[in-house]
Structure formats: C-alpha cells, structure tokens
Design a protein around this ligand. Structure first.
Ligand code: ZN
Ligand code: ZN
Length: 169
C-alpha cells in the first residue's frame, strides 16, 4: 500500500481507498474482503501526519461450537513522515524518515501490523454460544443433546461386562 506524497496538498485531506489483503502483505486466510482504508493526512511545512483507519471482515472458527462466523474488524495506525535530518537515534516506530526527494512511501507494514494485532485470541461466535456437547457432539446452538435419548451403544457392551467382572474380583 503505497502513497505518493508529492501529490498531496498542504493542510488536511482525506484519501479513501480499497486495497486487497495482498497489498497490505496479509496471507492469513481469515481475511476475506477487500480492506477499506481511510487516510486522514495533514501535511505541514516539515512533517506529514497520516492517521489510517482500516475496516474489513474476517472469518473465524468459534472455540466453543467450531462453526465459522464472520466478524467485523477495524483498526487504526499512525504514521509520521519526518525529515531525516531532524530524527534522533531510536526515534518512534511510527516515524518514516523522508528526504526532499522522497516521492512514494510504503504503508504496507503499518496496515499489516495494525490489522493482525486486532485478531482476537479467543473466538466466540456469540456470548450466548452453547457450544458442543462433549458426550454426543451435538451443536447445542441448533440441536438438542442426544446423550440421554440415545439407546445404549452395543459396541460398548463387552467393555461394560469387562468392567463389571473386574470390579467383582
Ligand atoms: Zn459458537
Ligand atoms: Zn450430549
């Protein structure tokens, strides 16, 4: 995701664009849609400030019921373009050094990192998700538990006998 800075006018402006996940370096398969990007740019005499807002959708698998669900994802990043000569060593990671000759800057890493950090660690399709019954495997959101209703599985009979015998010894 690149931006030509010598075409920017002085002062505040907003650039809207739609990029693909490849354009922001994302290979994660959870990401499905194009990424709507809004860049609020303020071009000052020395510095250019870019506030990026990203909006997209991802597909996740619920930890409880294992069904896929869509989730909206939004993220922000900040990039400050600052002349090389005014930078101090170890300066802020949001800063992109520029010179008078810099024409194009690359925001790929900013967008990439901002999006990936928003992927939740815990994925629950809904707060009320009832999950899967460990006994019968029923998805309790859409079906009833079959544990009690199911007739006893004959395949377990020999095991039952075995257990009964061993407890009698
Ligand atoms: Zn769920
Ligand atoms: Zn069950």
């Amino acid at each position: 995701m690149k931006l030509r800075i010598n075409s920017l006018k002085e002062g505040a402006q907003t650039i809207e664009m739609t990029v693909t996940k490849t354009e922001v370096g994302i290979t994660d398969e959870s990401f499905i849609n194009p990424i709507l990007t809004s860049l609020k740019i303020d071009k000052g005499p020395r510095q250019i400030t870019i506030k990026g807002h990203l909006s997209t959708e991802i597909i996740l698998e619920c930890d409880r019921c294992l069904e896929s669900y869509r989730r909206h994802l939004e993220s922000d990043f900040l990039a400050i373009l600052s002349p090389v000569e005014s930078l101090e060593p170890g300066s802020d990671e949001n800063i992109i050094p520029i010179t008078a000759k810099t024409n194009e800057i690359d925001l790929t890493a900013f967008a990439h990192d901002a999006l990936l950090i928003e992927i939740p660690m815990k994925n629950i399709c809904s707060e009320s998700c009832a999950g899967i019954c460990p006994g019968c495997g029923a998805n309790l959101n859409i079906e009833k538990c079959r544990c009690k209703a199911a007739p006893f599985d004959d395949r377990w009979k020999p095991l039952e006998n075995l257990l009964t015998n061993s407890s009698e010894e």
